[in-house]
Ligand binder design. Structure first.
Ligand code: XMP
Ligand code: MG
Length: 177
């Protein structure tokens, strides 16, 4: 285990099981109805790479790079660093996110896609941390609800580190306090 990790919250095998069950739900719900999967960079990259390969139907993918975060505390503002390339007008959209915390990031991104005339916008998140929720955002697909701790690994970072860990662990607070 990495020295900055207090404990492992979700091991590799558990992540795999979670990803598989979300993929089955998505396949069933969309039932061959095409959609665009939009990943929120960078945190969702690992989850999305695994998830998309488990969904056995046609869909296209795109990415948006946006964040309402600085370090371990949310600023509540959203900044778009890189917008989507595709035309979402009239299309069904599935946003893929690593973790929903305050919900501010997703609220802004959902609004952004609706303003671009998306037909429907659903949310798929690997983790949901409802303790600090500031807005009414209800993910359509959630891998795991987690307590109010700062987690890293499997794409999730603290100051751009730990994304490469194959498991998700609770970061030792001494790293950010
Ligand atoms: P909001 O508050 O807008 O933020 O829902 C969601 C984004 O905040 C980041 N975030 C975390 N990143 N471990 C992380 O590595 C965490 O425990 C955590 N909580 C929030 C993340 O980028 C997410 O997309
Ligand atoms: Mg994120």
């Amino acid at each position: 285990m990495h020295k900055d990790i207090e404990s492992i919250l979700v091991c590799e095998k558990e992540i795999e099981n979670i990803v598989n069950s979300i993929a089955k739900l998505i396949e069933k719900d969309y039932n061959c109805r095409e959609f665009i999967m939009i990943g929120i960079l960078k945190g969702s990259m690992t989850f999305m790479a695994d998830l998309m390969r488990k969904i056995n139907m046609d869909f296209s993918v795109d990415f948006i790079s946006a964040s309402s975060y600085q370090g371990a505390y949310s600023t509540g503002n959203l900044e778009i660093y890189r917008d989507i390339d595709c035309d979402v007008s009239g299309k069904d959209i599935l946003i893929v996110e690593d973790i929903v915390d305050t919900g501010v990031t997703l609220e802004h991104i959902k609004k952004h896609l609706i303003e671009k005339n998306a037909k429907s916008v659903k949310i798929c998140t690997l983790f949901d941390k409802p303790a600090e929720r500031k807005v009414d955002i209800f993910p359509d697909y959630t891998g795991l609800t987690v307590p109010d701790v700062f987690i890293v690994g499997y794409g999730l970072d603290y100051n751009e580190l730990y994304r490469n860990l194959p498991y998700v662990g609770i970061l030792n607070p001494s790293v950010y306090t």
